[in-house]
Structure formats: C-alpha cells, structure tokens
Design a protein around this ligand. Structure first.
Ligand code: GTP
Ligand code: MG
Length: 343
C-alpha cells in the first residue's frame, strides 16, 4: 500500500512516458539500419543504450569498446545521422524539455529555498564541507525524499547510491522513512547501492547505472555519489599524477552530466575540502576550498558549502554561482534526517 504511496503508478507512467516518447530512443532501432544485434549488445554493455548515448560518445571512445572496429563505429555514426536529422531544437522545444525538470526536497524548507526548490534534475549539485558537516546525512535524507511526490508534478522515484567511503547506513534510512511515514521495506527496495573500491571502479559503475536507468526507464530520479573525490585522492597522489587525475575526473563528470540529461535525473555529489596553500598569501577569508579544481567547479551546476553552526545546526551557502544570490540557509541534522533548524 505504502509502496504505491511512494511511487503513484498512474502519475508516474503518464509523466515519464511523455519524456520517454519525446527524448529517449532505444539503440535497438539501429537494427533497422543494418547494425547487427551483437554490436548493439556491445554498446549496451558499455552503458550506451540510447541514440543520444551514442551521440554523446566520441568516435575514439566508441572504438575503445572491445570488438568494435573503426569501420563499424563509422557505420553506427552514419546511422545516427540518419535517425537524428536535426541536432537543433527551437527555443520553444527546449522550454518544453525543461518542463520535465523537477526538484527533490532536502528535508529542510530553508535549504530548499536556497536551492530554488531542491536538488534539480538534468543538473549536478555538489555539496562540500569539512567532516561532520552533514554531507552523508543529507545524502541519506535525499534517498528517502526522492521517493516522495513533490511540487511541479514530481512523482517520486528510485535512487542509486554510489558509496566510496563505506558510510552508507540503511538503519539511518529507516529513521528517516519513519519521519515521512514511508513503509521501511518498500523504501529500501527503491534504492540500489554499490560500494566503489577504486576511482576506476567508480567510473565503471556508471556503465551499469546507465544501463539500469535505461532498463527501468523514467523510474530512477536521483544518483548520489558520496564522496566523489575520496578515491581519486587516494589513487592519484602527488603533483606528478595530478593531470592524470584531473583527466580521469573530467571523463567521469562529463559522463554524469550526460546521464543527468539523457534520463532526466538529479545528480548529487558530496565533496571534501582542502586547505589552499596560496590563501594565506592572498589574504583570503576562507582558506579552505573544495577539491577537484576547475574540472569539478565547471562540472557542477550548483555548488554548496556547508559549515557547522550551533549544536546540530549547519549552515549552507551557495558557492560561486553566477546566477544565484550569495545567501545562506540554516538547517539541522536530526534523527529523521535533514530538517529545519528549530531556532
Ligand atoms: P565526512 O564524511 O566525515 O566528511 O562528514 P559528513 O559531512 O559526511 O558528515 P555526516 O553527514 O556523517 O554528519 C555527521 C553528523 O551528523 C554528526 O555531527 C552526527 O552527530 C550527526 N548525526 C548523525 N546521525 C544523527 C542522528 O541520528 N541524529 C542527530 N541529531 N544527529 C546525527
Ligand atoms: Mg560523509
């Protein structure tokens, strides 16, 4: 019964079918253009499941897929041009596509307000802050709130959680579900979880994610990575490996951006901070910065810094946004997850 409450089936299928009909074209249709099913299978096993997914890959990346020769890739690319006759949309069509954008509540109305409604789909939201500022607690809260119907026809949906630090705790989710009157078991079933062990593994998991989002089309609404940089930090150490790290990171983030657009999901990343050695010299007020440099900065649509307030309170601030005011929001970490601060 409560499972229905978390995912109202009539609304969900109507809302998502519209998006699917207009924007998601299965790569199986390549068969009608003479591409054999084995090659299509190879694409799918690399997480490329839609026509748009092929368009989003460079020829070089496609040729790197085992068993796909350059000639085959050329043929596939040629078919795509035949299917997608125009890459251009009118601004009105872009507007119509943007109508499918939704926001997931953070559990705190103040924080939602700061974000313009919540964590947005077709975009990457990054929160960063020192330890115990609530990044993991916010990730857990979103696992539950993403399943609740929300404003703007948001129907609620499933969540994918990628954990790089082994801090995922289903027991915490139960506390949060209780606050929102959700059936525990149904709520837990709507979350798929993977532990990433290396930065390479973290990236590879996205093949599976894309395939899953395609298979259960329109059902997944949120992808969480807690934390995005932890493994990159370990796997690439020292100045000498920095450019390699940034290149791999850029590839993964670009992949995430594409997934968010292709399947209309919200991407939520947590990030850590480092002290900036140049800060003392330049008299900066806040010498701590999120890690990941320019690559991370450019990939995130919205960046939020978190800091500790009094007791359980935490303060969120929009960081470096070109179009959002530099305001702050105070929220609290409670047993039931992220909530408004009491005073
Ligand atoms: P790192 O991953 O170490 O960088 O930190 P983080 O930002 O992910 O911190 P996290 O989200 O784990 O927040 C930890 C804070 O949440 C601590 O201050 C805990 O006291 C608090 N917290 C965790 N569970 C509960 C709870 O059930 N009730 C309350 N009130 N606070 C909790
Ligand atoms: Mg954490």
């Amino acid at each position: 019964m409560l499972e229905e409450q978390s995912l109202p089936p009539e609304i969900a299928s109507k809302f998502d079918e519209e998006f699917e009909d207009d924007y998601i074209q299965d790569i199986d249709m390549l068969q009608n253009f003479g591409i054999n099913s084995l090659d299509i299978k190879k694409l799918k096993s690399s997480g490329i499941c839609t026509i748009k997914g092929v368009q989003m890959m460079t020829k070089k990346r496609l040729c790197a897929i085992k068993g796909l020769s350059e000639a085959k890739v050329d043929k596939i690319k040629e078919c795509i041009t035949k299917i997608v006759t125009s890459n251009f949309l009118t601004a009105l069509e872009v507007c119509q596509k943007r109508q499918h954008v939704f926001q997931i509540s953070t559990g705190s109305t103040e924080l939602d307000k700061l974000l313009g409604g919540g964590i947005e789909s077709m975009a990457i939201t990054e929160v960063f802050g020192e330890f115990r500022t609530g990044k993991t607690q916010l990730s857990h809260t979103l696992c539950v709130t993403a399943q609740l119907p929300g404003s703007n026809n948001y129907t609620g949906g499933k969540v994918c959680f990628i954990d790089t630090e082994n801090t995922f705790r289903p027991d915490r989710l139960k506390d949060i579900a209780e606050r929102f009157n959700l059936d525990e078991e149904a709520m837990l079933k709507n979350i798929i979880y993977a532990r990433a062990y290396t930065s390479e593994h973290q990236n590879e998991l996205l093949d599976f994610v894309a395939a899953k989002f395609h298979e259960e089309s329109g059902v997944f609404k949120l992808l969480i990575m807690d934390s995005v940089m932890a493994l990159f930090r370990v796997d690439f150490s020292g100045r000498g490996e920095l450019s390699d790290r940034q290149q791999k990171l850029a590839q993964m983030l670009s992949r995430l951006q594409k997934i968010s657009e292709e399947y209309n999901v919200a991407i939520f990343l947590t990030n850590q901070m480092t002290s900036d050695p140049g800060a003392a010299l330049s008299f900066q007020v806040d010498p701590k910065k999120p890690i990941g440099g320019n690559i991370m900065a450019h990939a995130s649509t919205t960046r939020i810094s978190l800091r500790k307030g009094r007791g359980e309170n935490r303060i969120a601030k929009i960081y470096d946004s070109p179009n959002m005011p530099e305001s702050e929001a105070t929220f609290a970490i409670t047993l039931g997850g992220i909530a408004d601060a009491k005073d």
